[in-house]
Design a protein around this ligand. Structure first.
Ligand code: ADP
Ligand code: ZN
Ligand code: MG
Length: 458
């Protein structure tokens, strides 16, 4: 039966742009942070007489980049993209229609893609409606007019797990071009049917990968049991983990699409596509492959590195000058540790790769101790800097006589630890090493210092 399961997705994501699609209001990252209806203007609240401005160029570029990353064919001149009015009456859309590049009278932004073995039917761009709260009767327009991408797949998935892993790759890939607003997540309409047994049902607006997976499992079970014979639109009940009927095919909405008379068609030139193509990064899957095969990094570490394009690129640039195996823990353990401790991502930090190279090279060449290196790395927040001066001031102490002087002083000041050591308490040695590091401001060569210490303790 598994081979007969057909799953297709319509995935919606918020594009990460500075402004909304048809006005100059900010395209907010975190809607929850601001009061309702404070990020609005006559255009995005659909005031009578207001007209949309020309569509946001950044949004069009982002959607074209998405199309290219998913190996779609963007529709270029002489074919045109035309916004259309998709009519419906609902409190979230005061104009009575949504402006979208989909429907009968336009080319899609792009078609015929393929991403990770799944065919992409089409990609389009549309404006987000306002947020209506039916319990209170309030409408918040802060996000109204934000640009949304819709990615439609062919019904080629056959299991919830396959959808999950594919969506994770999709989200990661789109993060490489910083196409989507990370805080907003994705929503999907989830279509499920079973060949020769049931007719497709579409579950609307499922808003995370985890929930999408649950919907698929629940719908497969329901289809096997009920064998639905007509097309249905359903909604997901997150508290009971079941879908319920919204409307059947007979009452499908008729959107009465017409071309939007207030907006010109958009001409996409071949030149624009070529320019965008040149700026595209490698896909995360290609990067992973390269880091494993070319730089001989194990899969687990390579996956950690490629979860974020800035980290992956930082690593790739560092290892042009530093041995990959030496650099690896300095990124995956130390630098990650510093970022996490400060609750920062690479986006928040100004980094220059040469600063990392300088630091790691000094550690590797033994100019400074790893401990000192970690201390300097922690200072790379919020901004990395040239470490030349710090390194000069923190050069490693390898001279035995110099170390001996310091160690004798420490032994004199810590008679209890010396006593403990003689009574075979192993912790005492660690304690004394700690004192040496403290006394030398972490500059003592660990191996030499330990040797001198052991000699003196005898
Ligand atoms: P609608 O406007 O009704 O949502 P679309 O053609 O836009 O119709 O949506 C089609 C979606 O339904 C696509 O994601 C597609 O993969 C999926 N789909 C189409 N046929 C089936 C099917 N038999 N089983 C499961 N999903 C399907
Ligand atoms: Zn506005
Ligand atoms: Mg649909």
């Amino acid at each position: 039966m598994k081979n007969n399961i057909m799953i297709g997705l319509e995935i919606h994501g918020y594009l990460d742009t500075k402004e909304k699609l048809f006005c100059n209001c900010e395209n907010m990252h975190d809607m929850k942070k601001i009061k309702p209806n404070t990020n609005i203007c006559p255009i995005c609240t659909g005031q009578p007489g207001s007209k949309p401005q020309l569509p946001n160029k950044e949004a069009i570029n982002k959607i074209l980049q998405i199309a290219l990353m998913l190996n779609c064919k963007p529709n270029i001149t002489p074919k045109n993209l035309t916004f259309q009015r998709k009519h419906y009456n609902w409190p979230d859309m005061p104009t009575g229609f949504q402006k979208t590049i989909s429907g009968a009278h336009s080319d899609h932004v792009a078609n015929n893609g393929n991403f990770q073995q799944i065919n992409i039917t089409e990609i389009h761009l549309e404006e987000d409606p306002a947020a209506w709260n039916p319990d209170k009767g309030t409408v918040d327009y802060n996000r109204a007019g934000a640009p949304l991408v819709e990615i439609v797949t062919e019904p080629e998935f056959t299991s919830a797990e396959q959808v999950e892993s594919w969506l994770k790759k999709l989200v990661l890939t789109l993060s490489y071009i910083k196409a989507l607003n990370k805080d907003a997540g994705i929503k999907a309409d989830v279509n499920v049917s079973i060949k020769n047994l049931s007719v497709r049902s579409e579950t609307k607006n499922v808003n995370s990968i985890t929930e999408i997976k649950k919907v698929i499992k629940s719908e497969i079970e329901r289809h096997l049991k009920e064998k639905p014979k007509s097309m249905e639109t359903r909604r997901w009940n997150t508290t009971e983990n079941i879908t319920t009927l919204m409307r059947s095919k007979e009452n499908q909405a008729d959107y009465r699409f017409i071309p939007e008379p207030d907006l010109p068609s958009i001409k996409i030139t071949n030149q624009r596509i070529q320019d965008l193509k040149k700026q595209l990064p490698e896909s995360p899957m290609d990067k992973l492959d390269k880091i494993i095969k070319k730089h001989k990094i194990n899969k687990t570490d390579a996956e950690i590195l490629t979860q974020n394009i800035d980290i992956a690129e930082l690593f790739e640039n560092i290892i042009e000058k530093v041995e990959p195996r030496f650099a690896l823990p300095w990124i995956t353990i130390e630098w990650f540790g510093v970022l996490n401790y400060n609750k920062k991502t690479m986006d928040d930090i100004e980094t220059k790769v040469e600063h990392f190279i300088e630091l790691l090279t000094s550690i590797q060449k033994g100019k400074i101790t790893p401990l000192k290196g970690k201390e300097i790395l922690r200072k790379f927040i919020p901004k990395s800097f040239s470490t030349k001066q710090e390194i000069k001031n923190s050069s490693k102490i390898t001279n035995k006589d110099e170390l001996k002087k310091i160690i004798l002083k420490i032994l004199k000041n810590n008679p209890k630890a010396v006593e403990d050591y003689k009574n075979k308490e192993t912790q005492a040695l660690n304690f004394l090493m700690g004192q040496i590091m403290k006394e030398t401001d972490r500059r003592a060569d660990f191996v030499i210092a330990r040797k001198v210490l052991e000699e003196e303790l005898k």
